[in-house]
Design a protein around this ligand. Structure first.
Ligand code: SF4
Length: 344
């Protein structure tokens, strides 16, 4: 069963000059359809500015789409009244990238974690402290940390507190927007492992927004690759990593040591999202582009492993060098990647 369904979502951000006159619009999300099954971990990857964070916020209705549908557990979120949406917020939470900005410096750790408990009536009044202590221990901190202030903690500890705050209300869906990318490389693996344990133990549905392909490969069941506001490839993680079908995915993977298929490197800059290229949006950087690519916009087919590319079926198979390794070998290689910054 799908917990989250996005249908043809679009979001434009107007661009104005100094006099307030509209000069165009950034097409941040431009026709995205996607579903996330209950209990699934879906990763959304892409370069900075591809629209992945905007998509995450649209999915939670933290920002309003211009067009399209967002369905959560079968319910149209856009049709909910403000009061009904507030009640639904308990089921949907966001973990932010920056643990220094996501915690209010004027609130103790206890106040920060207890706030959603109180807001959503998760525990009877007077029992918040016990629940906060329980959550602190669950994320690897101590119960007595509840009395301290955010500035007394390291970045990794703050992110653990932010995770406890996000999960304390018992959400069904959590969106992690680059949840470990602001942390030291040596801490990232610990927080990734914590997230993975919580996802499994709580049966969470998790959408991971990330540009870090090592993290994505470690915890995601499926991957959606975004480029200039569109999904260009979608499939099960191991299939996408072992046999990427879209030239953009191949180039992304080839750029990461130990992760990728052989592919020409990405050429040139990302075009402006105010005026995306005609036809295939990737054609200005694609080493395989033909005349048709400049004129006809390739659609994403509804296949289990799909790529929005006219030549996806014709390009030679791109096989990742680690396709045949065992799960244990892959884990050791990824841990080396986390701790040393290089693949083993
Ligand atoms: Fe490259 Fe053409 Fe495929 Fe776009 S449609 S990714 S330009 S080959």
């Amino acid at each position: 069963m799908n917990l989250l369904e996005l249908r043809d979502l679009r979001k434009l951000f107007p661009v104005r000059d100094a006099l307030g006159r509209r000069r165009g619009a950034v097409r941040a999300v431009d026709g995205v359809s996607l579903s996330v099954a209950q209990g699934e971990v879906l990763a959304i990857v892409g370069e900075s500015g591809c629209g992945k964070s905007t998509l995450g916020r649209l999915a939670l209705r933290l920002i309003e789409p211009d067009e399209g549908q967002v369905r959560f557990a079968g319910e149209d979120l856009r049709a909910l009244s403000p009061a009904a949406l507030r009640a639904r917020r308990r089921d949907m939470q966001l973990i932010f990238q920056d643990p220094f900005a996501s915690l209010d410096p004027r609130m103790t750790v206890e106040a920060a974690i207890a706030e959603p408990l109180r807001l959503h009536g998760v525990v009877p009044r007077g029992q918040e402290s016990a629940k906060v202590a329980e959550w602190l221990e669950r994320v690897g901190l101590r119960a007595d940390h509840a009395r301290r202030w955010p500035h007394e903690f390291s970045g990794g500890q703050r992110q653990r507190i932010a995770i406890a705050r996000a999960l304390a209300s018992g959400p069904k869906l959590v969106i992690g927007d680059e949840p470990v990318s602001a942390l030291d490389v040596s801490i990232q693996a610990q927080v990734v492992n914590l997230l993975q344990d919580l996802i499994r133990d709580l049966g969470l549905t998790f959408v991971l927004i990330s540009h870090d392909l090592a993290v994505v490969r470690h915890i995601a069941d499926r991957v959606a690759v975004m480029y200039l506001g569109r999904i260009v490839e979608l499939g099960e993680t191991e299939q996408v990593f072992a046999r990427p079908r879209h030239p953009y995915t191949r180039a992304l993977l080839a750029a990461v040591p130990g992760q990728g298929a052989k592919a020409p490197p990405l050429a040139g800059d990302v075009p402006s999202p105010m005026s995306p290229p005609s036809g295939c949006r990737f054609h200005t950087r694609c080493a395989h582009a033909v005349a048709r690519c400049r004129e006809v916009d390739p659609m994403l087919p509804s296949e289990a492993h799909a790529a929005a590319c006219h030549l996806a079926a014709e390009l030679p198979a791109a096989v990742a060098p680690h396709e045949t390794e065992t799960g244990g070998e892959r884990l050791r290689r990824l841990q080396a990647f986390f701790t040393q910054g290089t693949a083993a």
